[in-house]
Unconditional design. Structure first.
Length: 160
């Protein structure tokens, strides 16, 4: 009888431990479902890449986000060069966060409305760059409505 109680107790403890681990364990997105940008920067030394699949922007909109964080000065220099961040942007102390349009899959390339390949809004994403935090956040949009909502949200958060 005591042996049955011990097995029942151990089973209950095991179930509780598994439940706690399942609740607290960070959920990860499989590598093949991550953005192309994440895949390009995930192995770069000095840069920490994070991919969030369904970042809630407001009550009705979620978007995928790739966050690139410099872990050292060499990583930041690498990101500055890759994303064409000007020295003026870095030195402008009144503005910490800059937001701009970029091309889908290639956020390093600055959007140029005069470029004949850049006519459709569906090919655009929003990139937010923080000079103080040395981070670059790429918000992956799927259509013009998402792009408008994300861009408005980023500009509004910059003004706060």
């Amino acid at each position: 009888m005591k042996r049955t109680n011990l097995i029942t107790l151990l089973t209950c403890i095991l179930i509780a431990v598994v439940a706690v681990v399942a609740i607290r364990y960070p959920r990860t997105v499989p590598y093949e479902q991550c953005s192309e940008v994440y895949k390009r920067y995930s192995s770069v030394e000095g840069v920490r890449a994070t991919y969030v699949k369904d970042y809630r922007l407001n009550d009705t909109l979620t978007v995928a986000v790739t966050l690139l964080e410099a872990t050292d000065s060499a990583g930041w220099e690498y990101l500055v060069k890759k994303f064409n961040i000007s020295q003026e942007m870095i030195e402008e102390t009144a503005i910490d966060v800059w937001t701009r349009k970029t091309r889908r899959k290639y956020p390093e390339i600055v959007y140029n409305s005069k470029d004949s390949n850049c006519q459709d809004q569906d090919g655009l994403e929003v990139v937010t760059m923080s000079m103080k935090k040395q981070t670059i956040c790429i918000l992956h949009t799927r259509n013009e409505q998402e792009w408008d909502a994300v861009f408005d949200n980023r500009i509004e958060s910059n003004l706060k």
